[in-house]
Design a protein around this ligand. Structure first.
Ligand code: FAD
Length: 457
């Protein structure tokens, strides 16, 4: 049977765009549907605009720190609408670049919603049916909401936070994951009064405990109010703004905006996957094998919709591997092991590999190398901030199992440390590498004695 296209991709985000482009360059006839804006979450309302906001928020401290180096900085003022307009221009430029790349690769794009109507058919919002040899689900994820919370419609999610007409003077952020933590840092840097509310005892569950404690201490120094072990009972609109009420005894807080960043859910609702018998997991994620195949032989899925590791580079690699394997005659699979990641908090976090707790739980002997120090820049700026660097090392083989950093440029550093860890470098390999002086990163190769030894269990 002849199909209209070889491959129909639903979703023009990180994973879908890469898969479509590579499949087309391998000679496949590809159509891609995007219902919102080309580029997806990362480009339009995720990584990219977020990082631009992080940059904007850092100037405040740069101006203050300059005084320690002899500079006199005049009165400073942040113009939120000017920044948002500049950010929007950059996002529009990137969106056009994504569309242009697809076009040049020969992918036909349709700017509308698509749903699956069978193993080899898709229906567009305009009613048109397109048949396809294969269908790739790359629909990403959306912010979770608490449907039972009174006043939930008064809160915003990470979708709206990029488009506020005014900078909130006071913001309450719910959540303890990296998105909540990053926006807390952004708004504090921009001068907003920030309250971060999380139901658990510490932010950033799953990260190394030292990193979690370190960032909480740094956030407290910046005046971010950390309200842990707490949940909302409701949000109300009052004369002075929004009032957030809590379950576990904290006094109500007034705010101009309430940001819910309590997790993300795979975008599979109403997608018609049941018409092709595609199996979903408990969170609505598409269940896939290592080659991104579903239980339906013609349907594949990549990126956040599969709820494996929800990061842009991962979605891109899954999409690329799928396209090379199926259309390029080069079979390979995305490797989900030892993924270096950053949290663009202020200060930043960079991390790869096992936390101390995970390494110890694995049962072998573990050596911990740990340094906490004042970054050189702040000897003159006088800013009270500390950098944390930590290596988790296998006490038997000397292999570096994890690197955990919290401080300036940690995101940049962890990309490079990630190569060493992926190559199975030992602590002796780190030590044999000459230091780059004067840097903070040199601490990674100069920590001589373990600060702690965990014996084998
Ligand atoms: P997406 O990029 O979400 O793309 C899915 C696309 O499908 C969307 O454009 C959507 O409109 C479209 N779509 C959905 N349903 C349909 C349909 N039925 N028909 C047509 N189109 C449809 N990752 C990092 O690596 N680093 C970061 O710093 C980072 N920061 C982030 C910050 C925020 C605030 C958020 C929300 C996410 C961040 N992420 C970050 C995660 C990253 O954005 C995602 O992992 C990545 O975008 C996933 O790509 P994807 O292709 O799976 O889905």
């Amino acid at each position: 049977m002849r199909y209209d296209v070889d491959l129909f991709v639903i979703g023009g985000g990180s994973g879908g765009v890469r898969a479509a482009r590579i499949a087309a360059t391998h000679g496949a006839k590809v159509m891609l549907a995007e219902e919102y804006r080309m580029g997806g979450t990362c480009v339009i309302r995720g990584c990219v605009p977020k990082k631009l906001m992080v940059y904007a928020s850092q100037y405040h401290e740069h101006f203050e720190d300059a005084a320690g180096f002899g500079w006199t900085v005049g009165p400073v003022r942040f113009d939120w609408p000017a920044f948002i307009a500049a950010k929007d221009r950059e996002i529009a430029r990137l969106e056009a670049a994504y569309a242009g790349n697809l076009d040049r690769a020969g992918v036909e794009t349709v700017a509308q919603r698509a749903v699956v109507t069978g193993p080899n058919s898709v229906q567009l919002a305009d009613g048109r049916t397109v048949t396809a040899g294969r269908i790739l689900i790359a629909t990403g994820a959306r912010p979770s909401t608490d449907e039972t919370l009174p006043g939930r419609d008064l809160a915003i999610s990470s979708n709206e936070v990029f488009h506020l007409a005014e900078q909130p003077k006071r913001i309450v952020i719910a959540g303890g994951g990296y998105i909540a933590v990053e926006f807390a840092g952004v708004f504090a840097g921009l001068g907003s009064e920030v309250t971060l509310v999380y139901r658990g005892p510490k932010i950033l569950r799953g990260f190394d405990e030292d990193v979690r404690d370190h960032l909480m201490a740094e956030y407290a120094k910046k005046g971010i109010r950390l309200v842990m072990n707490e949940t909302f009972t409701g949000i109300e609109q009052g004369a002075g703004g929004l009032t957030v009420r809590f379950r576990n005894g904290h006094a109500p807080v007034e705010a101009d905006q309430v940001l819910m960043a309590i997790g993300r859910r795979p975008n599979t609702a109403g997608l018609g996957l049941e018409t092709a018998g595609v199996a979903l997991g408990v969170n609505g994620e598409v269940i896939v094998d290592a080659a991104s195949g579903t239980n339906a032989p013609t349907i594949f899925a990549v990126g956040d919709v599969t709820d494996r590791v929800s990061l842009t580079p991962v979605a891109i690699r899954e999409g690329h591997a799928f396209a090379d394997t199926v259309y390029g005659g080069k079979a390979w699979q995305a490797d989900h092991g030892l993924i270096p990641t950053a949290v663009f908090s202020e200060p930043e976090i960079g991390t790869v590999g096992l936390s101390e707790q995970e390494a110890v739980a694995a049962g072998g002997a573990v050596d911990i190398y740990r340094a906490v120090f004042r970054p050189m820049k702040h000897t003159l700026s006088g800013r009270d901030t500390r950098m944390l660097m930590k290596l988790v090392v296998d006490g038997t083989t000397d292999r570096v199992l994890g690197v955990h950093l919290c401080g300036p440029d940690a995101g940049e550093m962890i990309q490079l440390a990630g190569i060493a860890v992926k190559m199975k470098a030992t602590k002796a390999d780190f030590d044999a590498t000459m230091a780059v002086h004067p840097t903070a990163a040199e601490e990674l190769v100069t920590m001589r004695t373990p600060s702690l030894r965990h014996p084998a269990a």
